[in-house]
Design a protein around this ligand. Structure first.
Ligand SMILES: *Cc1c(COP(=O)(O)O)cnc(C)c1O
Length: 354
């Protein structure tokens, strides 16, 4: 060989496609990345500004104040909370802590596009289980996909990009069916937007099941996508392993301060989440009144199963000033944001042949 070789698993990684961004100077609503449409609260901006004078110093490596604030907020043991540079990074650390080369990770598909990448980087084997026809996770099929080599099952609830949440009863069945040494990761990036009373309660499940780990983020409901803070909630023994493989000083001090300030302001922020939930209902109802078949959504986005016409829809929507996230050949994910953006999106959807 005459040149440096990449690991085969790395050469085979699918790219992570970010949501479209507006061209500089162009007016557009960005409904392509499931971001929070509201600007940060004044109290959060003040916390970031206060921290700016200390950026010559390393952050608190263990994010002590943030970890304790998260634990108090959720009613869990702080020894089980592991923060990271966004929950995508934390997922990578979870997999690094438990997967050896060739181990299998079962996850739904289509789901969060970071999953195949994270599994590939870990050197594990991806076992993708198709969604049901109505965009739900197929938990019986996922349980049936478990083999002797399975180390992890990833459950995205609500599922990005389709929207439905896993129900409590189906999750119990899956957990009863899989071996106790298989880690079940509940990626709850959108948990604050869930309103379905039948949806699984991740914290209660975590309390009862030592092989469950929760992943949560400040990027969506808390509106801190730009600062990159997420965390895992695990049993302390597992948390110690996840911490051991984490990037040292992985969460900047500004991000730690902003996340602590956001937890302090959580009532104010949850009122914003409620506004998004109401806007989601309006978008879903508007689409359905036009005759669209859209899955239920418990998150801050809705899914249009457009198949081959996904890119065409995204193009038309962009021309109307609304950026959405197409998945070629599959569908379009539309984040719920500004009221005006919903109006424009509904206009595009009305004119688009179904
Ligand atoms: C947005 C999202 C995340 C959060 O990612 P961060 O790295 O915390 O910004 C995690 N999981 C899913 C399914 C998501 O959609």
């Amino acid at each position: 060989m005459t040149q440096v070789q990449l690991r085969p698993a790395v050469a085979a990684l699918p790219p992570y496609v970010p949501g479209a961004r507006a061209l500089v100077g162009a007016a557009a609503f960005k409904l392509s990345s499931n971001e929070n449409p509201f600007p940060p609260l004044g109290s959060v901006v003040a916390a970031i500004a206060d921290g700016a004078m200390d950026v010559n110093r390393y952050p608190d490596m263990y994010a002590t104040e943030l970890t304790e604030a998260i634990a108090a907020h959720l009613g869990v043991n702080p020894a089980g909370v592991v923060t990271g540079n966004g929950s995508v990074a934390v997922l990578g650390h979870v997999l690094a802590a438990v997967c050896d080369a060739g181990d299998e990770v079962v996850f739904p598909w289509r789901s969060f596009e970071a999953y195949p990448i994270a599994v590939g980087i870990a050197g594990a084997r991806a076992v993708q289980v198709p969604l049901t026809a109505d965009g739900r996770l197929d938990l019986p099929a996922m349980a049936a996909a478990v083999t002797d080599r399975t180390r992890v099952i990833l459950l995205c609830t609500p599922n990005n990009p389709t929207g439905p949440a896993v129900r409590a009863d189906e999750l119990e069945e899956l957990l009863d069916a899989v071996p106790r040494d298989v880690l079940v990761v509940l990626d709850e990036a959108y948990v604050e937007f869930v309103r379905d009373p039948l949806a699984a309660d991740g914290l209660a499940v975590f309390a009862a099941r030592p092989n469950v780990v929760l992943l949560r983020t400040f990027s969506k409901a808390y509106g801190l996508a730009g600062l990159r803070v997420g965390f895992a909630v695990a049993r302390p023994r597992l948390a110690a392993g996840i911490r051991a493989v984490s990037t040292p000083f992985g969460v900047s001090q500004l991000a730690q301060l902003a996340a602590v300030a956001s937890l302090r302001a959580s009532e104010e922020l949850m009122a914003r989440v409620q506004a998004v939930v109401e806007e989601r209902a309006r978008m879903l109802a508007g689409l359905r009144a036009q005759g669209w078949q859209v899955p239920e959504s418990e998150a801050n986005f809705v899914w249009l199963p457009l198949g081959d016409r996904a890119l065409a829809f995204a193009g038309e929507s962009a021309r109307a000033g609304v950026l959405v996230r197409p998945f070629a050949g599959d569908g379009v994910r539309v984040s719920v944001g500004e009221v005006e953006a919903t109006d424009l999106l509904l206009e595009v959807a009305e004119g688009f042949a179904r």
